[in-house]
Design a protein around this ligand. Structure first.
Ligand SMILES: *Cc1c(COP(=O)(O)O)cnc(C)c1O
Length: 381
């Protein structure tokens, strides 16, 4: 583990990710559970997560070329598929790097067909209604037939993506899934029967949606995050993978009552003020305080209100802490002495999803991995 001179770190529980993957696989059976680790494994560290899941033979899907290349460089042998993130001309390079491309138009398919002498496996993505990436469902039969005729390619998989968050979204996704089912039936009539078909992600798995495909592709639940409301399903069988975010006090100050301070511009101290500073700033994913919210961190298990933040620092009110010491541990997320701060708390304070909170804090904060597979020490950052 790298000892950081910047006392701010997150603890990532790799065993939780492993267990979550096994739970997703169990629920998905007899379908295959594919692991979505785009966005640097949803902010948890793509290489470490890939190593953990590789032990279980997981197929890995990511949406970022540099992250996929970093996984190959780190020696990850699993099949790595790309969701996207490149222009058609780059497809041959990706194939040369042993990555499987997703194709979403004929230009990409033609580029893939020119990539080499061998038969190249590709996946075709269909846009069944999300309106993002993919061959539009109306044109999909014709386009996929044209792709199937190109020499040097094998359509190994066809997939779509219909994520949802609430009951009306679930109805929408179910309706859209019907058109995808019809498409797969029509393609089968045309003699195109890919080895892998996939439609649902975490929301579909949690909501137990009817499925005619043979794979699901999950991201959220691997990390103990839920994309759906409780009325659809609790996700409590899945464990949060970010165990904690912690810092140390780098400064403690005492301000006499009535002193005219500029912390956060508007904060009125109750009495005299005892404040502490931690090295967590907006550059680390912290946000300026939203009025009406009262976020706090824990010091010795007691709540220390967060009263101001800047690019590199955050200020805590330590009124309730006896003789606070520079170097003391501050828990921003996780448990301390029986109290806890959850991702749910942060998502309220910042007015965003739990995933957004994790992603926000994932850029510059050092990761300490707990319970890693035996052989993964050393090469992790
Ligand atoms: C990200 C992604 C998934 C996984 O979604 P979750 O909701 O995080 O499980 C599945 N399929 C596609 C195409 C994706 O891009």
């Amino acid at each position: 583990m790298r000892q950081s001179s910047r006392p701010l770190w997150a603890e990532i529980d790799l065993e939780a990710i492993e267990r979550n993957y096994l739970e997703a696989s169990r629920r998905a059976a007899p379908r295959t559970a594919i692991a979505a680790i785009k966005g640097d494994a949803y902010g948890h560290g793509a290489v470490a997560v890939a190593r953990t899941l590789e032990r279980h033979g997981a197929i890995l899907w990511t949406g970022n070329v540099p992250e996929a290349l970093a996984m190959r460089e780190a020696g990850i042998k699993s099949k790595i598929l790309l969701f996207g993130g490149y222009v058609p001309e780059s497809v041959p390079e990706l194939i040369a790097a042993d990555l499987v491309p997703t194709i979403f138009d004929l230009a990409g398919a033609r580029a893939a067909a020119k990539a080499g002498a061998d038969i190249i496996p590709i996946y075709v993505k269909v846009d069944a209604g999300l309106g993002r990436l993919g061959v539009p469902i109306e044109d999909a039969r014709e386009t996929i037939r044209a792709i199937a005729k190109l020499e040097g390619l094998k359509i190994e998989g066809i997939y779509t993506h219909l994520p949802f968050g609430d009951l009306s979204g679930r109805d929408w996704a179910l309706a859209k899934s019907k058109a995808f089912e019809t498409l797969l039936d029509e393609l089968a009539v045309d003699g195109i029967r890919p080895e892998v078909t996939q439609l649902w992600g975490s929301s579909g798995l949690l909501a137990n949606m009817p499925d005619f495909c043979n794979a699901v592709c999950v991201g959220h639940v691997l990390f103990g995050l839920s994309p759906v409301t409780l009325e659809i399903s609790p996700a409590d069988a899945f464990r949060p993978a970010v165990k904690s975010i912690k810092a140390r006090l780098i400064h403690v100050a005492h301000h006499a009552a009535g002193r005219d301070l500029a912390i956060s511009g508007q904060y009125a101290f109750r009495n005299s003020a005892k404040v502490g500073v931690i090295p967590l700033g907006i550059s680390d994913g912290m946000r300026r305080l939203v009025s009406g919210m009262s976020p706090y961190a824990l010091v010795r298990g007691k709540r220390a209100p967060i009263i101001g933040t800047s690019l590199e620092h955050t200020v805590l009110d330590l009124a309730d802490i006896d003789v606070p010491q520079v170097g003391e541990e501050v828990t921003l997320l996780g448990q301390a002495n029986g109290e806890q701060v959850t991702l749910g708390d942060w998502s309220q304070w910042l007015g965003c999803s739990e995933l957004d909170v994790v992603m926000g804090f994932s850029g510059r904060i050092d990761r300490h991995f707990t319970n890693p597979a035996d052989d993964i020490w050393g090469s992790l950052r």
